[in-house]
Design a protein around this ligand. Structure first.
Ligand code: PEP
Ligand code: MG
Length: 594
């Protein structure tokens, strides 16, 4: 529920897309970028000349402004960002934009503002059909250019954004690149916007300037009037408006921890993920977007252990084509080689929905017709994805991972579809890796219990502990009322993992964890004891886990596990492991009191 009163906004937490990591606490400045809506107005043939003249003058004025901004930012030394302004300057000259607008004014006898808006819509539509996501999102640049021209057509003054106080957090509906770089960036410590995605320019600029940012918040401008205290958590994608003193304190601690992590832990990125007695645990990254490839490399991941492909289906009006899938997988394969990339097939449903895929409204969506069940039913959608993975497999090392497998029958059904996809490619003479490894996620209790049967028919296992905990303990993972029962250290979970790891090793297949649990360094020694072959996590978590590994031995992990398996509750295990870790790593872990 929306409310404009401050009291109601106190501690308001908004979730968006964290596009530039880090935590900052500062004062909000609201940049108004209200879009004026224009209506069509008839012009007479005599007025056409003055309308066209007005349009050309507005373009010239806009170019002049951009040129000025460009010179100023070059003076400030932000040379790498001036290219964005060059792009905008060139767009001002775009023939389609100019000629089509002028044609409309002359032939349709409409006012310039309306003609320009209609032209923008036409160009935007053409952009929507571009396959490359990055290029497609560049239509935002054209929109920003048009908005500047429209402002100059109407003679509105631009909002001054340079006189900012120290520690300002800029809140806006949207920020154009010119807006962003005009800000006094020495004083801006964070960004929060209603609009935007990972590849929007605010995101790109924020990341390269290392300013924490959260975009895609949808309605933060409705909650902020300016002057409020705001916390930006660019790592988690959260913004807190008017936090309580306790929240500020908690975030200051996190901020401290985060800075420490950045400084101290980065040096572990380039070191081997190996214990002192020579046990190597493969640490891979979980990603949702191609944009994350640089951090996969920066934090020293040895590959991608989970690429959540459902993000290819979200926030768009149509299904991704086979070629779109292919280009993404090819890029991943090429950039991550010689390491491997585990591509998880579509895992839609539960808390992940795509507007163009009609999933029936179900009482229990987490247990409904979703993920692999949906793919088996909608075979053609699934096969397009499988063909794309197969085609891309010749460009590097790809693996296929199936979500939500509940038993071997489903696996066999998928194998039949995979064979069909291979056959179709063979018929067309398209190359692919015939030995591409196929694995299943162990995230449904029935899969864990029948792991011995599954192990005979797959190349690897990957624990989806987020769901394994949800389904084993009957705790809805997105329901905050039962979140206190969501216990990764529950004996049922540890026993499930142990049982499956032993079975996997007997069958000589590899087994790892790719649920959130893998990223928690508190559990690293337990995982060592359990004998897991790999862990896949947010790339940024890798250095800390490496640190724990490099200062421990596998034997220590095994000894700890023996103790832990004797406990009856998650609480006992947590107390025990916290104490152990705080003793071993006093600088990284805080001991909790019973
Ligand atoms: C999991 O369930 O643990 C997992 C890794 O997948 P997701 O969080 O996408 O369901
Ligand atoms: Mg899952």
């Amino acid at each position: 529920m929306k409310s404009s009163t401050l009291a109601a906004n106190e501690g308001k937490v908004l979730k968006g897309i964290g596009v530039s990591p880090g935590i900052v606490i500062g004062k909000a400045v609201l940049l108004e970028r209200q879009r004026t809506r224009f209506i069509p107005r008839r012009v007479t043939t005599r007025q056409v000349i003055s309308e066209v003249k007005k349009f050309k003058e507005a373009i010239e004025k806009s170019k002049g402004e951009l040129q000025e901004v460009k010179e100023r930012i070059l003076e400030k030394g932000f040379t790498q960002h001036s290219y964005i302004l060059d792009v905008h300057l060139r767009l001002m000259e775009d023939r389609m934009l100019r000629d089509e607008t002028i044609r409309m004014i002359k032939e349709d006898l409409v006012n310039t503002e309306w003609a320009l808006e209609v032209t923008l819509d036409k160009i935007s539509e053409a952009f929507d059909s571009i396959e490359d996501e990055y290029l497609r999102e560049r239509k935002e640049d054209i929109r920003h250019v048009v908005e500047r021209i429209l402002r100059n057509l109407t003679g509105r003054e631009p909002q001054k954004v340079e006189d900012l106080e120290e520690d300002t957090i800029v809140v806006a509906h949207d920020l154009s690149p010119a807006d962003t770089i005009q800000l006094n960036l020495k004083r801006v410590i964070g960004f929060a916007t209603d609009m935007g995605g990972r590849t929007s320019h605010t995101a790109i600029v924020a990341r390269s300037l290392e300013i924490p940012a959260v975009v895609g918040l949808e309605d933060i401008t409705a909650y902020v009037g300016g002057g409020e205290t705001i916390i930006i958590d660019g790592t988690q994608g959260a913004v807190i408006v008017e936090p309580s003193r306790a929240t500020i304190k908690a975030y200051q601690l996190r901020q401290h921890h985060y800075r420490y992590l950045e400084r101290e832990l980065l040096k572990y990125s380039s070191l081997k993920a190996e214990t002192q007695d020579g046990y190597h645990l493969t640490l891979e990254a979980n990603i949702e977007l191609l944009d994350e490839i640089p951090s996969v490399i920066q934090y020293g991941a040895e590959g991608i252990g989970l690429y959540r492909t459902e993000y290819l289906y979200l926030s768009r009006k149509t299904l991704p084509t086979e070629d779109e899938h292919f280009h993404v997988y090819k890029k991943l394969a090429e950039e991550i080689a010689p390491y491997s990339v585990t591509i998880r097939t579509l895992d839609l449903g539960g808390d992940k929905f795509a507007s163009h895929i009609d999933l029936a409204e179900e009482m229990n969506p987490a247990m409904g017709l979703r993920a692999i069940r949906f793919c088996i039913k909608e075979k053609e959608i699934f096969k397009a994805q499988l063909r794309a993975i197969l085609r891309a497999s010749t460009y590097g090392n790809l693996k296929i991972l199936l979500p939500m497998i509940s038993g071997v029958e489903e696996l066999r059904q998928v194998k039949v579809i995979l064979e069909e996809a291979k056959e179709e490619l063979r018929t067309k003479g398209v190359a692919f890796d015939p030995e591409i490894p196929l694995g299943v996620m162990i995230e449904i209790p029935s899969a864990a219990i029948t792991a011995d049967i599954l192990a005979r028919e797959v190349d690897f296992f990957s624990f989806g502990t987020n769901d394994l905990i949800q389904y084993s303990l009957a705790i809805d993972r997105v329901n905050e009322h039962v979140s206190y029962l969501y216990e990764p250290l529950h004996p049922a979970i540890l026993r499930s993992i142990k049982g499956v790891v032993d079975i996997a090793h007997e069958a000589e297949i590899e087994v790892g964890i790719c649920g959130e649990m893998a990223a928690d360094p508190l559990y690293t020694l337990i995982f060592l004891g359990l004998g897991l072959d790999g862990l896949s996590m947010n790339a940024i978590a890798i250095p800390q886990v490496k640190k724990v590994l490099r200062r421990s031995t596998r034997t220590e992990g095994e000894r700890l596990l023996q103790e832990i398996l004797k406990f009856s509750t998650a609480k006992e295990t947590e107390l025990f492991i916290r104490k152990e870790m705080a003793d071993r790593f006093p600088e990284d872990f805080i001991q909790c009191v019973a």
